[in-house]
Design a protein around this ligand. Structure first.
Ligand code: AMP
Ligand code: ZN
Length: 469
């Protein structure tokens, strides 16, 4: 089967995603900073990476997916103190919440999920190598810095040469600690941060005194541990290209003999109402916020994949409503095919959805592939096709849905169109509880719906909500 072609930020070309060892695609994604709930912008990036992984696996290649947990940095330390919790307890809670959201959004769990705090010795060992090779130096206060001028390739990923170098220097200075005046050069960044009073009890011993690692270092150290000096692909949101990924390359290439990542995938940002998402504008949404408004995680996932990953995506509530309709359309098409071909066979080929699949393999063009799927479904006339054709279409459809990580919702009958979103959400929760055989929860939700004036009618495939007579 042909391989996925993906844009590579470093070479600025679309290149085939092929494992170096010919067997397993080994890739790394920068993970969440666990000091609060991840927002749907973060999830745009994690979902895009999940689709990439699913497409690679669907085309017959195994994967080794490593994604870290950033559980020590300025924000985790500051907010754990505000919460009156130890850093460990505080970050554990937010890591669990992150995992729950990932499961709701149908994200495949990475095979390895290392935490920064659990890899302090690995990070210290990398700094020692960098100091020994003359790429890093200790400052008078016990902090250690990477000497950017010692790495001639610095800036290749973000194409610094195309921008004004001065701009790069000032951005780098503000992105690291601008108050660290003991650095030799403004662009040098911290590998080890000497202990400060505001760190509280969060510090570790090192050859340079007590302190903690700089943020960029954890990824380099954990990649070396779990993927080695050379690995297939590295990914994150576009905001990480500079300085984070540039710094990761510098640390890794200067402390090992490898090339580091052979392919770079960056996901464009999710915007809200055409602008940046931010807490101060009140337009920063978490999955829980959207669920409270009656939307399902499947609908959120559909919105997040519905734009090409390299173009900024504008989130609106209208897009969630459209996702609901699109999912219903898919579910109804599947139901119609199932009526002719009830037994679903696992398929490793797209069948009649070959064009949509080819579109997906071309730089992960999900919107194009979805358009292709609907194009085929619109032409299918279940009343006029044979059981064999229906089986091929249904198996192919499920191959495509699996590659996109789409789980079909129960089919809603037309009468359900006027059901308020919150009622629909409650009914969905009850259905989920019933499927999970949590009868007590299912009963309680049914009573709650009845009290609100709604009845549920179940069928084998799903449920309908109707007003109480
Ligand atoms: P963080 O938890 O801030 O370290 O971010 C986790 C991931 O989310 C990183 O890959 C970021 O690049 C990505 N990210 C942050 N904001 C957005 C956004 N608005 N849209 C898409 N990805 C984002
Ligand atoms: Zn990273």
């Amino acid at each position: 089967m042909p391989a996925l072609k993906l844009h590579d930020t470093l070479s600025r070309t679309d290149r085939e995603v092929k494992p170096l060892d010919g067997k397993t695609l080994r890739f790394y994604c920068c993970g969440p900073t666990v000091y609060g709930p991840a927002h749907i912008g973060n999830f745009r990036t994690f979902v895009a990476q999940d689709v990439m992984r699913r497409v690679v696996e669907a085309s017959g290649t195994a994967t080794l997916h490593v994604r870290n947990i950033t559980d020590v940095d300025d924000k985790t330390i500051r907010d754990s103190q505000k919460a009156g919790q130890s850093l460990t307890d505080f970050t554990r809670g937010w890591t669990e919440k992150f995992h729950a959201d990932c499961a709701s959004l149908n994200l495949l769990p990475p095979q390895v999920e290392p935490s920064a705090v659990a890899h302090i010795p690995h990070q210290i060992a990398m700094i020692e190598k960098l100091v020994a090779k003359g790429h890093a130096y200790a400052a008078a206060d016990g902090s250690v810095y990477f000497r950017v001028s010692s790495f001639k390739d610095y800036g290749r990923l973000s194409h610094l040469e195309d921008r004004e170098l001065r701009l790069g220097a000032s951005e780098a200075a503000s992105a690291t600690d601008s108050d660290e005046y003991s650095k030799d050069s403004l662009t040098d960044f911290a590998l080890w941060k000497a202990r400060k009073p505001e760190d509280g009890t969060n510090y570790w011993p090192s050859p340079w005194g007590e302190g903690r690692p700089g943020w960029h270092l954890e990824c380099s150290a954990m990649i070396l541990e779990y993927l080695g000096e050379d690995f297939d692909l590295h990914s994150g949101g576009v905001d990480l290209i500079f300085p984070h990924h540039e710094n990761e390359i510098a640390q890794s290439c200067c402390s090992t003999h490898g090339q580091f990542a052979h392919h770079w995938m960056h996901v464009a940002h999710l915007m809200v109402d055409g602008g940046k998402m931010s807490k101060s504008l009140g337009n920063l949404y978490t999955l829980a916020d959207l669920q409270q408004r009656g939307y399902t995680p499947a609908e959120v996932r559909y919105v997040l994949i519905s734009g090409h990953y390299r173009a900024p995506l504008n989130f609106t509530f209208h897009s969630l409503d459209s996702a609901r309709q699109a999912l219903q359309k898919l579910a109804k098409a599947d139901k119609a095919l199932a009526a002719i071909s009830p037994t679903l066979q696992h398929s490793n080929a797209p069948g009649p959805f070959q064009d949509a699949w080819d579109t997906l393999l071309n730089d992960l063009n999900v919107p194009g592939a979805l358009g292709g799927i609907f194009g085929v479904l619109n032409k299918l006339k279940p009343a006029a096709i044979s059981a064999e054709e229906a089986a091929a279409a249904r198996n192919g459809l499920h191959f495509m849905l699996g590659a996109l990580g789409i789980v079909l919702p129960p089919v809603q009958e037309e009468a359900a169109a006027d059901v308020p979103a919150e009622i629909q959400a409650l009914a969905q929760q009850r259905w989920d509880a019933k499927q999970a055989k949590d009868w007590a929860a299912a009963d309680a939700l049914r009573k709650q719906l009845e009290a609100a004036g709604w009845l549920i009618k179940d069928s084998k495939e799903g449920f309908t909500v109707v007003p109480k007579a």
